[in-house]
Design a binder for this molecule. Structure first.
Ligand code: SAM
Length: 439
């Protein structure tokens, strides 16, 4: 499969509800190796600023885009994104390739349309897009950087207009892979090994067990992945288990929403004496988490249960609880751009209700004297500070423990917790609070 064909297939799957990384993984081996990077770049740049490409399309397409068949619509979206973003890619190759895809599998009457719209966009759209970039209006900034308008408006209401603009720009930033090294892995040696494999990695100045890269390579192919020596993870996510590890004084750890076990694996790795009970509502995720523990060689110290954390009962009262709550993921929109177009203000409110219930449950389960880490990869206060404030107001036995903020991008929450701003390609937006339940 050539790059453009692969991009059309993957983007089409994402439009039908798939996650971009999974859709890419599915066809990855069928794409000509020289075209893999092009396919991934096209898909991600189309997803990242989807609302901008739609606006451009509406401006230059004479037919109602809503009436276009999916293949025509997808070819136009990919074409517009490619024209604006892929400066090094020959324009005629891009446009002819997409026109050819319509000739092969689309509707004959759309061949001319795709050709005409893409040529017009190439000739005329630059001024319009530059105008958005220079505009001081938050709405234009959101459109330019690829952030849903409602999210930008919510940030301006919760924070301030300048802060909302900063978040909008940060959310549009390209992200790269960082690797968490397992305990005992020598970082300099690993970097040598990594770079000898033809890639480029270097030591993170922020975390001593993290290696930064300037790409998004396929994790399974990386040196040390199979043996559990590394885990692809953003540096903000790496901070969460560290928060527990620094305060843990023995006893059971409960991970109430373990997902695929990224943080469970890190906790088990950095606390070799700990036993962890890990829950998740999704059977598929628990299955992946079990594999993750085997890869990390920590399967003996983690007990899994599938079910609703609001009703599951732990085998032992936990002295430490990690509640990495389900959220909109608005802090990771740069990394998972498809999720921002699926999110809505209603979802923020629904999440907030569930997050409060889950935190209430964590408080009821924690042993007296125990600690609770609440975290999300969201930047909405409704999913963060407001959840903490609501539950703390009902539980005077809870206190917030002081947090170490070791970088400029770690800012104090308003009023609780720490917000990690998405300010570097390896640092996603995150939120975390450390609570203690008084005896
Ligand atoms: C942010 S993700 C967790 C990521 C995970 N901690 C990791 O590091 O890989 C939130 C998880 O909460 C799970 N979840 C949602 N509602 C739940 C519930 N009521 N009980 C248990 N798990 C739930 C989702 O399936 C999802 O895996």
């Amino acid at each position: 499969m050539r790059g453009l064909e692969a991009a059309l297939t993957i983007y089409g799957e994402v439009q039908n509800g798939a996650f971009a990384s999974e859709a890419l993984r599915k066809v990855y081996n069928n794409i000509a190796p020289a075209d893999r990077k092009l396919a991934a770049t096209l898909v991600y740049c189309t997803l990242r600023r989807q609302s901008l490409w739609k606006t451009v399309l509406l401006k230059y397409c004479k037919r109602n885009p809503r009436e276009l068949p999916p293949l025509t619509m997808n070819a136009l979206m990919i074409g517009i994104a490619g024209i604006v973003e892929l400066k090094h890619f020959a324009l005629p190759v891009l446009i002819n390739g997409l026109v050819q895809a319509i000739k092969n599998s689309g509707e004959t009457r759309d061949i001319g349309l795709v050709n005409a719209v893409l040529h017009t966009v190439a000739d005329e759209s630059q001024k319009f897009i530059e105008g958005l970039k220079k505009s001081s209006a938050l709405r234009d900034q959101a459109l330019y950087w690829g952030v849903p308008g409602w999210a930008a408006a919510l940030w301006s209401k919760e924070l301030s207009i300048p802060e909302a603009k900063r978040l909008v720009r940060a959310s549009g930033m390209k992200t790269y892979l960082s690797l968490r090294l397992s305990r005992g892995v020598d970082r300099s040696q690993y970097i040598e090994e990594y770079n000898a494999s033809g890639r480029k990695g270097w030591a993170s100045p922020f975390l001593e067990f993290s290696v930064r890269t300037a790409a998004n390579p396929y994790p399974v192919d990386l040196p040390g992945f199979g043996e559990g020596r590394i885990m692809p993870q953003s540096e903000s996510s790496m901070l969460v288990p560290e928060l527990i590890a620094k305060r843990w004084k023995g006893g059971r750890i409960l991970d109430m929403c373990c997902g695929r076990g990224v943080k469970t694996g890190q906790l088990a790795d950095i606390l070799p004496e700990a036993h962890i009970e890990a829950w998740d509502i999704s059977e598929g995720k628990i299955k992946s988490a079990r594999f993750e523990m085997m890869r990390m060689h920590t399967e003996d110290r983690v007990t899994f249960k599938t079910g609703d954390s609001l009703s599951l009962v732990p085998d032992e009262a936990p002295s430490a609880i990690l509640l990495d709550a389900p959220c909109t993921g608005s802090g990771t929109w740069g990394r998972h751009p498809e999720s921002k177009w699926r999110c809505s203000p209603e979802q923020v409110q629904q999440n907030s209700v569930l997050q409060k219930q889950l935190l209430e449950r964590a408080v009821s389960l924690a042993a007296p004297g125990g600690i609770i880490v609440y975290s999300t990869c969201s930047l909405f206060r409704d999913e963060n500070e407001k959840v903490i404030a609501d539950v703390m107001a009902r539980h005077p036995e809870l206190i917030e423990l002081p947090a170490e903020r070791t970088a400029k991008f770690m800012v104090k929450g308003k009023p609780y917790g720490t917000t990690v701003m998405p300010s570097l390609p390896w640092v996603d937006g995150f939120y975390m609070t450390l609570l203690a339940k008084r005896k």
